[in-house]
Design a protein around this ligand. Structure first.
Ligand code: ADP
Ligand code: MG
Length: 886
C-alpha cells in the first residue's frame, strides 16, 4: 500500500495527497504534519514494519468538502485519491487512483463558493508587444480570453487581474517571479512548463475540446497570446479535474480596455463592491444596488460594476431595459417573484457538466427549469431590445426537466452511493432487480414468523450483520428446541447463531440484487447527468439570460425605491448633475442628506476645486459625483434629480491617505504613486477625483504638490476633475487658471462653533475652521485655546505676500516671485516659546512668580554659556526646516 502511495505521490508533485483508506482520507509523512497543523487535527503515526513508524493523520470521508475548503483557501493543492473498487471484492491490494486535484482556482464545491461572486482561474502569458490572458470560472463555465497591449501591458494586466480577483494564476515557470511582483503575495501563482503555452499545441487543444475547425467563431483566431493562455488553462483544468468539462462550451474574446476602466485604487476608494472599513459588501455601492433574488443575478451585477461600459449604445440598451422595469412595477414584481428561490442554474449546469452534480442538485435543476415558462410568458410581447434578445435565448428546456423528473425521485438521498435515487418505473431492469430484493426481504421477514411457529421458540430472531449475513439467533435456554436442519455458525455468551441453506439462498439473491441495483443506478444516473451535460451550452445561455433579467430588475427595484432618475448619456465630456446624492451615505443619514449639483465640462469648467473645513462634506460630494458616473455607465439609474453624463473612458480617484501596511510602502509614497498613475494615464475623457492630495506630507510640501498637480491637469490633460482640499490657499488658482472653478461646502459660524450646512456653493472657502472641528471633536479646552493663540500668531506673521496676504507656495512655472517661507515658530527662542505656551488664566499668582523665576534662570544660564538665543541659533534651526530643494 505504501508503494502505491509513493507512486501516486510522485505523479502529483507539489500537492498534498489525500489517500482513501476505508472510511478515512489519510495524509502521510510531511503531508500529515502539514495537514495536522493547518486543519488542527491530531497527528498520529502508523507502524510500517520493523518497528518503524510514519506520521499520519486523517479525516472522515464524509467531511471531505469542509476540510478541502480549508486547505485550498490557504493556497494548498490537494490530490484526492479514491478507492476504485469495493474493498470487499478486491483481490489483494485495492485499486486506487487520484480522481481530482483541487487547487485554489478550481474549487467547485458549493460550500466553498461565495454565492454572489465568481471564483476565477486565470492564465497569463507575458509577451511583447502583447500579454495573453485567459480567465475561467469552473463553477459556471464562463471562459474569457484576451490580449493586452498598449504602453505598459504588464501594468494593464495587473489592473485587469485586480479587477477579476482570481484565486489562482497560471503562468510559465520562468515568469513566476514577474507575476509575483505584479500581483503581490495574496494570489496563488502556479508555474507550468513553458511548452504548455505553445500556441499550436494550445490551439489544437482548444479546437478539439470545442469541436471546431477554427477559433474564428470565438473571436481569437488572430490573437496568438490569448490562444496560448487559453490552451494552457484548458489543459490544466483537464489534468486536474479529470473531467470532460462538458460545461465549458464557449469562449469569448474581450478587450479589457473596451469598458470604462477603473483601477484598483479607484474601486477601493469608491467602495464599489466592498467597504473600506471591513471589506464586506454592506456599505458599498454593490450593497446598495444588489437587490437581486438569485446568486446568478448577484454575480452579474457585480461583474457589471467591476467592468462598466463605455459605448453609448450598450449603456442605453441596458438603461432602456431598466427603464421598462421601472415603468412597469407589476411586471417587475411578478418577474422577481418567479425568479425568487430559483436555484443557481449556472452552477448546477456547471456541476452537471463537470460530472460532480449530486442527486439533489439535479432535482433542484429540474425545479429551476420549471420556473422558466412563467418567466418567458411575462416577457412575451415586450418591445425593449435587450429584453427581446434575452427572451430569444431563454428556453424552457422541458425535455431536460422531464428526463430528470422521470429518472430521479423527488427527495433523493444526499449521495448517490446510498441508492434509492432512481425512480421506480424509469428502468425495467432496475425495477425487476428491486423486486427480487424486495421479495427476498419479505421472505426473510415471513421466515422469522414461520420458524417461531415451527420450533415453538418465541424469542427466535432473524438478524443481519456484515460478516455473516442473515442468521437465526436462539437464546441458551431454548437451544434444546433447535431443529436439526439448523447449521451452527457462531456462539455468543447468551445464545447461539444458526443459518439454514434456504435462508442463505435468499440472502445471496438479496445481496446480489442490491449490488446490481447500485451499479445500475449509478449508470442510469450518469446517463441523466450526460443528457444535461450535452445540453450545457443552451442551458448556460438560458442561465445567463435569467441572470441578466435578475440584475436589470434589481437595478429597477433600487431605482424605484430610492428615487433615482434615468441619466442622459451624452458624448460631450460634461457632467451636469442636479440634486446629486451619495447612494450609500444618503441611506445612513436618511432624510438629512443634502443634495448638491455638479457642473463640469472639459471646455470651460474642467477642474472644480472644492474647499471647506474638515467634516463639511467634501469627500462625500466628490465620491457621489464619481459614483453617479459609474452607475450611469453600468446602465443604472442614478441618485439625482437630473443628470447628463458625458461618457468617461476612465475614472480615477485618489482619496485620503490609506495605510498600505500589507505591501510595506509608505503612505505618502503610495499617494504619490497613485497621483503619478493618474497624471500618466488620464485623458480629456476621464473623470478624476482628487481628495486631499498632498496631505501625506508637510503643509508646504503638500500644498506645493497639490498646486502643481492642478496646473498640470489644467494645462495638459483637461479631464473633468474634482479636487477637494482643506488648503483654502489653493482657491487662488481659480483666479489664475481659466478652467479652474472654485466651490466650497458651506458652514455657518455661530459664535465659537460651526454648523455644517453640507451645501456646495460657488466660490472658495477663506479659512479652514480646523480648530472649530477640533472643538467639536472634544479636544480639551486649554488645547483649543492654545491652538487659537498659535493660529493668530501664525496668521499675523505670515511672510509678506506680493498682492494680498494669502500664502502662495513657490512654483516653478508660475512663480510669483521668490518668497521667504514664513516659519514663525522657528524664529522663537525657547524662552519666548515657554512664554507663549503659558496658560496665565489657570495659574495662581504664586505659580506665575515661580514660572517667571524659572525663565529668568534659563536666560541667565544661557548668557553664562555664551549663547545669546538670538540670531545664530535662529538661522541654524531655520535651515533644518527648509525644504531640501531650496
Ligand atoms: P470632508 O471630506 O469635508 O471632511 P466628509 O465628506 O467626510 O467631509 O463628510 C463628513 C460627514 O458629513 C459624512 O460622514 C456624512 O455623514 C456627512 N455628510 C457629508 N455630506 C453630506 C450631505 N450632503 N448631507 C448630509 N450629510 C452629509
Ligand atoms: Mg474628506
Amino acid at each position: 500500500m505504501l508503494r502505491q502511495y509513493h507512486e501516486l505521490k510522485a505523479r502529483y508533485p507539489g500537492t498534498l495527497l489525500m489517500f482513501r483508506l476505508g472510511d478515512f482520507y489519510e495524509f502521510f509523512y510531511e503531508d500529515a504534519q502539514e495537514a495536522a497543523r493547518v486543519l488542527e487535527i491530531t497527528l498520529t503515526s502508523r507502524e510500517v514494519g520493523k518497528g518503524s513508524r510514519i506520521p499520519m493523520c486523517g479525516i472522515p470521508h464524509h467531511a471531505l468538502d469542509a476540510y478541502l475548503v480549508r486547505l485550498v483557501e490557504r493556497g494548498y493543492r490537494v490530490a484526492i485519491c479514491d478507492q476504485l473498487e469495493d474493498p470487499r471484492q478486491a483481490k489483494g491490494l485495492v485499486k486506487r487512483d487520484v480522481v481530482r486535484v483541487v487547487t485554489p482556482g478550481t474549487v467547485i464545491d458549493g460550500a466553498a463558493l461565495a454565492r454572489g461572486s465568481n471564483t476565477y482561474l486565470a492564465a497569463v502569458l507575458p509577451g511583447d508587444p502583447h500579454w495573453g490572458l485567459a480567465v475561467c470560472d469552473l463553477s459556471t463555465g464562463e471562459f474569457q480570453v484576451g490580449e493586452i497591449g498598449g504602453a505598459d501591458p504588464a501594468a494593464t494586466t495587473a489592473e485587469e487581474l485586480a479587477r477579476l480577483d482570481p484565486k489562482e494564476v497560471l503562468t510559465p515557470d520562468d515568469a513566476r517571479d514577474l507575476l509575483g511582483r505584479l500581483l503581490g503575495p495574496r494570489v496563488a501563482i502556479t508555474g507550468l512548463d513553458r511548452w504548455r503555452f505553445d500556441v499550436s499545441l494550445a490551439r489544437a487543444g482548444l479546437l478539439s475540446h470545442f469541436g471546431v475547425v477554427s477559433l474564428e467563431g470565438f473571436g481569437c483566431e488572430h490573437l496568438p497570446a490569448a490562444v496560448a493562455a487559453a490552451g494552457a488553462l484548458l489543459q490544466y483544468l483537464k489534468d486536474t479535474q479529470m473531467s470532460p468539462l462538458a460545461h465549458l462550451r464557449r469562449m469569448s474574446t474581450y478587450a479589457p480596455e473596451d469598458g470604462l476602466v477603473l483601477d484598483a485604487a479607484t474601486r477601493r476608494n469608491l467602495e464599489v463592491v466592498r467597504n473600506l472599513a471591513d471589506g464586506r459588501t454592506a456599505g458599498s455601492l454593490l450593497g446598495v444596488l444588489d437587490e437581486s433574488v438569485t446568486g446568478m443575478g448577484a454575480r452579474t451585477l457585480r461583474q457589471w460594476l467591476l467592468q462598466p461600459l463605455r459605448r453609448r449604445e450598450e449603456i442605453v440598451r441596458r438603461l432602456d431595459a431598466v427603464d421598462h422595469f421601472v415603468m412597469h412595477p407589476r411586471l417587475r414584481e411578478s418577474l422577481r417573484t418567479s425568479l425568487k428561490g430559483m436555484a443557481d442554474l449556472q452552477r448546477l449546469v456547471g456541476r452537471a457538466g463537470h460530472g460532480s452534480a449530486a442527486p439533489r442538485e439535479m432535482v433542484a435543476l429540474a425545479a429551476a427549469l420549471r420556473k422558466l415558462p412563467s418567466v418567458i410568458d411575462l416577457l412575451s410581447g415586450v418591445t425593449v431590445p435587450m429584453l427581446q434578445e434575452i427572451v430569444l435565448v431563454v428556453k424552457t428546456h422541458d425535455e431536460i426537466a422531464g428526463v430528470i423528473e422521470r429518472a430521479i425521485v423527488d427527495a433523493p438521498p444526499a449521495v448517490l452511493q446510498d441508492g434509492g435515487v432512481i425512480r421506480d418505473g424509469f428502468n425495467e431492469e432496475l425495477d425487476s432487480i428491486r423486486r427480487t430484493a424486495r421479495t427476498g426481504r419479505t421472505w426473510i421477514a415471513d421466515f422469522e414468523a414461520a420458524e417461531r411457529t415451527r420450533t415453538g421458540i418465541k424469542s427466535l430472531k432473524v438478524g443481519f450483520n456484515k460478516v455473516f449475513g442473515y442468521y437465526i439467533e436462539v437464546s441458551n435456554a431454548n437451544l434444546p428446541a433447535v431443529p436439526s436442519d439448523y447449521v451452527r455458525k457462531q456462539t455468543l455468551t447468551s445464545g447461539e447463531r444458526f443459518i439454514t441453506p434456504d435462508m442463505k439462498e435468499r440472502e445471496a439473491a438479496i445481496l446480489g440484487a442490491e449490488e446490481r441495483s447500485a451499479v445500475l443506478e449509478r449508470d442510469l444516473y450518469d446517463g441523466v447527468r450526460q443528457i444535461v451535460a450535452q445540453a450545457a451550452e443552451p442551458l448556460l445561455l438560458t442561465a445567463r439570460g435569467v441572470a441578466e433579467l435578475d440584475a436589470l430588475a434589481a437595478l429597477a427595484e433600487v431605482a424605484a425605491a430610492s428615487h433615482y432618475v434615468r441619466p442622459e448619456i451624452v458624448e460631450e465630456p460634461v457632467l451636469e448633475i442636479q440634486g446629486g446624492r451619495h447612494p450609500v451615505v444618503e441611506r445612513l443619514v436618511a432624510d438629512r442628506f443634502v443634495p448638491n449639483d455638479a457642473h463640469l465640462s472639459t471646455t470651460d469648467r474642467a477642474i472644480v476645486l472644492v474647499t471647506g473645513p474638515n467634516m463639511a462634506g467634501k469627500s462625500t460630494y466628490l465620491r457621489q459625483t464619481a459614483l453617479i458616473v459609474l452607475m450611469a455607465q453600468i446602465g443604472s439609474f442614478v441618485p439625482a434629480d437630473r443628470a447628463a453624463i458625458g461618457l468617461a473612458d476612465r475614472i480615477f480617484t485618489r482619496v485620503g491617505a490609506v495605510d498600505d501596511i500589507a505591501t510595506g510602502r509608505s503612505t505618502f509614497l503610495v499617494e504619490m504613486q497613485e497621483v503619478a498613475n493618474i497624471l500618466h494615464h488620464a485623458s480629456a475623457r476621464s473623470v478624476i477625483i482628487l481628495d486631499e492630495v498632498g496631505r501625506g506630507t508637510s503643509t508646504y510640501d503638500g500644498m506645493s504638490i497639490a498646486w502643481a498637480v492642478v496646473e498640470y491637469l489644467h494645462d495638459h490633460i483637461g479631464a473633468r476633475t474634482l479636487f477637494a482640499t482643506h488648503y483654502h490657499e489653493l482657491t487662488e488658482l481659480g483666479a489664475l487658471l481659466p478652467r479652474v472653478h472654485n466651490v466650497n461646502v458651506l458652514v455657518q459660524e455661530e459664535g465659537d462653533t460651526v454648523v455644517f450646512l453640507r451645501r456646495v456653493a460657488d466660490g472658495g472657502a477663506d479659512r479652514s475652521y480646523g480648530i472649530h472641528v477640533a472643538r467639536l471633536a472634544g479636544l480639551p479646552g486649554p488645547v483649543i485655546d492654545q491652538a487659537q493663540r498659535i493660529l493668530q500668531r501664525l496668521e499675523s506673521s505670515a511672510g509678506p505676500a506680493p498682492s494680498d496676504d494669502t500664502f502662495l507656495p513657490p512654483l516653478p512655472s508660475r512663480a510669483l516671485g521668490a518668497q521667504q517661507l514664513p516659519l514663525p515658530l522657528n524664529q522663537l527662542s525657547p524662552v519666548e516659546e515657554s512664554l507663549l505656551t503659558m496658560s496665565l488664566e489657570s495659574m495662581t499668582p504664586l505659580d506665575a512668580m515661580a514660572a517667571l523665576h524659572a525663565l529668568i534662570e534659563q536666560v541667565r544660564q544661557r548668557v553664562a554659556a555664551g549663547e545669546s538665543g538670538g540670531r545664530t541659533g535662529k538661522v541654524v534651526r531655520m535651515k533644518r526646516h527648509l525644504p531640501k530643494n531650496r
